[in-house]
Design a protein. Sequence first.
Length: 482
Amino acid sequence: MASPTPRPSTDTGDRPDDPAPPTGRVEAHGVDHIPDSERRGRPRELFPVWAAANVNYLSLLVGGALVLMGLTLWQALAVIVVGNLFWALTGLLAVSGPAAGAPSEVITRALFGVLGNRVNNAVTGWMISVCYFALNLSSAAVAAFALIEQAGLTATTPVKIVTVIVIAALTLAISIYGHAFILRVYLPITLALSAVFAVVAVGVVRHTDFAYTPQQPPTGTALWATLMGGVTIIASGPLSYTTSADFSRYLPRATSARAVAGWTALGGFLPSVVVCSLGAFAATAVDMSDPQTGLEAVLPGWFTPVFLCALVLGTIAINALTGYSAGLALQAVGLRIRRTVSVLFDGTAAVALTLYALLVSDFLDTVSQVLQLTVILLGPSMAVYATDIVLRRNRYDGLALMDETPASAFWYRGGVNRAGAGALAAGVTAGALCVDTLYTGPVAGALGGIDLSLPAGMTVAAVVYGLTMRRSAGVRAAREVA
């Protein structure tokens, strides 16, 4: 099992004279270990990374969708806050980055074993990341199409294809340049997006009907089903970031875990709550099934192009993080390719999915269904990861995690940690029994359509993993050293 790491020094690395990592060249590291000599930075630098990624069109769309689902404004706001509380788990997972000096895609070898983790990265790490990349790219493209129409041009199919490719290229450029570049550019992006959305907030709040109630609001079981479905959709955002250690792994080993968790969680929670709430506010006054057209009624005419540009920029920001992690996941699957190549491959796959979502299927239905279905897997996956961090007290031997041979401390039996694989399977099964989206599971059916896939899947996964791993020799060793 995992050999305990030495107790860290008291140097937090949070000094203003720390040399900044180079931003003018492509990041050299992929899924390899980050040596202590290359670790620097401050935990608060994580805030703009996550903030920029959450001031985006998809959050606005999802917030408006809650009202379209039949909730009152205040019910929708409650759902937004509860769903975004899951950013606390994203923050918890981020603390493993400085401890191991490795990305999440490698740290999870401790959960699933060397070979088992390759399967985990292929599905949870790569496939779902590409799906989210496509969803976000689709939302950015919709805003870009509206911007093209504003310029007096016609968004024909060839124009739409070129637009998607251009947005993807800009996004992948950030992903390819990598970690240091992201840290530097996301602060000005956050400030720019905050300024734009402040103007949006003024226009939207002035027209908000704070007493809004739908003509036929759901009641009883139907209301609970709508509330749980809404929480699941909102929670899918933070739960999609089981890779938050990717962006904290360059911090010094002794960096405060509380600070890493706090700045990560706060960076995701605050902007997501604000932007989702703006979407809900707007839905009480305009038709949010067509957000661009609807918001034009409450925004100054001159400001609409600025707003649309901001929507595109915000989505590029969130997708650059997704593309970055997807590239690492593809490397962690075992493909011996450079990170730049893996990122380009991810982008190609995402562009193909995006064109399908925009040109073939119904975009809003696709967003809702994908977000709810992915939670069946992402919820248990995050629960297992978080439980492992607690069990080991965040003690990870980064160098040992790099060993992929049968002699590895994380080879377990046949390259698979049956405790992690079993817990994930149990959590996914529990979630599938309780889901109510593309299909209705037997538990959801018995409860009248109430979807408990999120709490059921996460609880079962965490309990099963905790019970099966608490006697692990490696976990005991890590706890004794902590």
